[in-house]
Write a protein that binds this ligand. Sequence first.
Ligand code: HEM
Length: 224
Amino acid sequence: MFSKLFNHLNSSIIKKQTMGVAGLLLCGFITMHFLGNLLIFVGPEAFNLYAHTLTSNPLIYAAEAGLLAIFLVHIGVGVKLTIENNNARPQKYYMKQPTGRGANFSSSTMPYTGIIILIFVILHILGLKFGTYYETSYDGVKMRDLYKLVIEYFRQPSAVLGYVVAMLSLGIHLRHGFWSAFQSLGFNHPKYNNLLILISKAFAFIMAIGFSSLPIFCFYKGGN
Ligand code: HEM
């Protein structure tokens, strides 16, 4: 009986750690994606040249396959943990804050904000990566005019609104997820826990507001 309990506990810790590592890798991806997307503010040439440099590198296929695998691991383990958590406790709660506070809005809505982000990512890839192929050229080099596509895409107020809602959900997800990943990986020091919560809040805020600013900028740039 004890060995069974130990196995269960052990595997659930491993699942949380796996999810934490995958989550932190995804945080790395969105940080790089955000920094690259900031070139939209600079102008078409800067953004298109950046996107062209990325997509014309043959390593991009390996990077995309790796990213997809990380997404799938994060989602798969997340669904399993949520089901196990729901079955184990009549009254659901997520990991307590180190300050002794119980579940907060961000921690108790993780599955819901996760679903919104998943729907967002699918629509996002269909709409932009697999969207209309406009072409442009700089110094005789032909390339995809992704800048034009992004501006066209955000001409629709419904797309802008959808993105802002999704980015706020991303912020709420990151607010708990970033901190929680470190906890799962064993970072738990009373001296630094409050600092980690502050860093999680700042990261979530920058991602939510920073990513939301792009569709709003494109909407006005598109001459609406
Ligand atoms: C709101 C501002 C955002 C803008 C303007 C934006 C822009 C873009 C563009 C233009 C592409 C196509 C790149 C290409 O085909 O080479 C793309 C791909 C992608 N974006 Fe975003 N993005 C935004 C936010 C996000 C967020 C918040 C996430 C994740 C939560 C995300 C995840 C992805 C993924 C996974 C891809 C496919 C990457 C690949 O297969 O190479 N994006 N994005």
